[in-house]
Design a protein around this ligand. Structure first.
Ligand code: ZN
Ligand code: ZN
Length: 238
């Protein structure tokens, strides 16, 4: 029913830019000013965490923080560097029930799927938050990625069994501590499999680090993070 209502609405209304609402030629297209403001993330980047480098440092080069503390994940892929337009899409997807934004995001994320991927796992919400919001934005993105790539989505293996207070404004250390014990896995669904963990916004990595640890304990072969947008430098999401 929801899909049908969306289709009828799309027939009646012209497609609009996901960034600013200007009328555009086709659904999920950005207008020229919004499109040119997007900073796409790509190489040269750190071989371990995919943080972009200003200059090419050569094959396999790692950033200082990955050299000091090698990550457990197999990379952090994100479509767009965090900025006003990426933020608008993320906020509308998260709070305004504008689920079409999941497709907008997935279309720009799909090229970042690693060569080997067996399953997509959205970062889960605690069931109370899921109940309040009615949907999990990461799960909506995972569904659209699945449709575009034919990789299956697993929504049952990884569970957020403890609610954590919003992490915004906390130190990196406090965030990590708060989410460390929030996730667990059940069943054998990820054993020996290459997992892509799907999220909307990648900030400090505390949440995805906790998910990655839980999935690796469940014997996943690798865990790569894939997000719509990633906070680089010191800008913080509002
Ligand atoms: Zn626009
Ligand atoms: Zn790195």
């Amino acid at each position: 029913m929801v899909k049908l209502a969306a289709m009828l609405r799309d027939l009646a209304l012209p497609p609009r830019c996901p960034g600013c609402g200007e009328i555009v030629a086709a659904a999920h297209r950005f207008c020229a000013p919004c499109w040119s403001s997007l900073r796409f993330i790509g190489p040269p980047w750190c071989a371990a965490c995919n943080r972009p480098f200003e200059h090419d440092r050569g094959e396999g080069a790692r950033c200082a923080s990955c050299l000091a503390d090698p990550p457990a994940h197999a990379g952090v892929r994100a479509a767009i560097a965090y900025g006003p337009v990426a933020r608008t899409v993320a906020l509308r997807l998260k709070y305004a029930r504008r689920t079409a934004y999941a497709e907008t995001a997935a279309r720009l994320m799909v090229r970042h799927l690693p060569a080997h991927v067996d399953v997509l796992i959205p970062v889960p919400l605690h069931r109370w938050r899921l109940w309040r919001r009615g949907y999990n934005q990461a799960s909506l993105i995972a569904d659209e990625l699945s449709r575009l790539s034919s990789v299956a989505v697993d929504r049952t293996t990884l569970e957020r069994h403890r609610a954590t207070a919003p992490l915004r404004g906390h130190s990196r250390r406090a965030r990590a501590q708060a989410v460390r014990a929030a996730f667990r896995t059940c069943g054998d669904g990820v054993r020996d499999r290459h997992v892509v963990l799907v999220d909307d916004v990648y900030t400090s990595g505390a949440t995805t680090d906790a998910c990655t640890a839980a999935l690796l304990r469940a014997k996943a072969r690798s865990v790569t993070i894939l997000a719509w947008t990633r906070v680089l430098d010191d800008d913080q999401p509002a």
